[in-house]
Design a protein around this ligand. Structure first.
Ligand SMILES: CCCCC/C=C/C(=O)SCCNC(=O)CCNC(=O)[C@H](O)C(C)(C)COP(=O)(O)OP(=O)(O)OC[C@H]1O[C@@H](n2cnc3c(N)ncnc32)[C@H](O)[C@@H]1OP(=O)(O)O
Length: 354
């Protein structure tokens, strides 16, 4: 008997947890098999010759010709199995292994699992490896005994956002995921689907993706030293993290435009007035006050909190996944644009720090 739909979904989930990058050739094969298994034979026009990444993806999919969907599904499952050991247990296919990483730390205490960005010398900028480590940490946190999951940063910054070297260190800008999407897509999807209350403890300035994601958190506590900045236009980029939907909803369209298009940096108190931040604390007592608050909240019955989150968030999930897909589609073009490449080069030649 061939692979079932469930086997296929498990394989897709297992790929998200792969510790080692399988390389672009394998990712392209996986992309093609994934498309064939879910959509059938290639039915879209060939992308322009100069769009190398899209063309490689299209060529691989097209080369599968009329391979039946069931065979593509089986081949996909086999290929994933050859890349990763089978999970010992778990019908969801998710594995609860925390990351073995120095840049993404994970601790569990008093009913709270804390994921800490720990790259202070680089203002906690997020490398491609860290995106994967955060995914591992979130998968583990979603299955452990804790009731609340917290995100925070070590040092002066919460995070300076995406590591701009992600754009320069890889040919074509960014590595492809196994499904042919930007790594950002499954990263943001994981925040959308996260089942437990998710709290950001914003210890200092936050930039880019670490700001936009806040719209998907359940509570955001900020030090009065924190600032919130989404300089997408100056980087030649476009909004991500579902902010094109969550920000106008949270703060109204004109305030969202001020941040997402004009790149206005706002203070913690402004972010609180706009509804992006739940509460602001003086920096001197921030840690003490916030953790006391969270420990008290974490004593609530875990299932009740999880279900309350589900009730509040579930009606939006489908919309958020669609927004994420569209934002990533646009971003995939923006990261290859001249405007973006110039902005990143300027940053590394120290001409354009924020
Ligand atoms: C997967 C695809 C995602 C695509 C979507 C993009 C999402 C985003 O997040 S866009 C936002 C990206 N972030 C930025 O543009 C911030 C860039 N950083 C800065 O402007 C500044 O570094 C600063 C304002 C955050 C801090 O300035 P300052 O206090 O003067 O400190 P330095 O600039 O000297 O930074 C210390 C050290 O850290 C490196 N660094 C800081 N941020 C980043 C970063 N985002 N990417 C790469 N490297 C970063 C900086 O280069 C310094 O390194 P050294 O020169 O080696 O000491």
């Amino acid at each position: 008997m061939g692979a079932s739909q469930k086997d296929f979904e498990n394989a897709v989930n297992r790929l998200k947890l792969l510790k080692e990058d399988p390389g672009n050739d394998t990712k392209i094969k996986l992309y093609a098999l994934y498309k064939q298994a879910t959509e059938g034979p290639c039915n879209v026009p060939r992308p322009p010759v100069l769009d190398f990444v899209s063309k490689a993806k299209w060529d691989a999919w097209n080369a599968l010709g009329s391979l039946p969907k069931e065979t593509a599904r089986q081949n996909y499952v086999d290929l994933v199995s050859s890349l990763s050991p089978s999970p010992k247990s778990s019908s969801s296919g998710a594995i609860g292994n925390p990351p073995k990483s120095e840049s993404v730390l994970m601790t569990s205490r008093d009913g709270i699992t804390t994921i800490t960005l720990n790259r202070p010398a680089k203002k906690n900028a997020i490398t491609l490896q860290m995106y994967e480590d955060i995914l591992l940490a979130m998968n583990a946190a979603s299955q452990d005994d804790s009731t609340i999951t917290v995100f925070t940063g070590n040092g002066e910054y919460y995070s300076s956002g995406n590591d701009l070297a992600n754009f320069t260190d890889n040919p074509g800008g960014l590595k492809l995921s196994e499904d042919g999407n930007l790594p950002l897509r499954k990263f943001v999807d994981t925040f959308i689907d996260f089942p437990k209350p998710l709290v950001a403890v914003v210890n200092g300035p936050a930039v880019g993706i670490t700001v936009t994601l806040l719209g998907l958190f359940d509570a955001v506590y900020a030090s009065d030293r924190a600032t919130f900045h989404t300089p997408f236009s100056s980087l030649g980029l476009s909004p991500e993290g579902c902010s094109s939907y969550t920000f106008p909803k949270i703060m109204g369209p004109s305030k969202a435009v001020e941040m997402l298009i004009f790149g206005k940096k706002i203070t913690a108190r402004e972010a609180c007035a706009r509804g992006l931040v739940t509460e602001v604390f003086p920096d001197g007592t921030f840690q003490e006050e916030v953790w006391a608050r969270l420990k008290a909240y974490a004593k609530n019955p875990p299932n009740a909190m999880r279900i309350a989150k589900q009730v509040i968030r579930s009606s939006e999930k489908e919309k958020l996944h669609a927004v994420n897909a569209e934002e990533c589609r646009i971003l995939e073009e923006r990261v290859l644009s001249e405007e973006c490449i110039n902005a990143v080069l300027n940053f590394f030649s120290r001409k354009a720090r924020l």
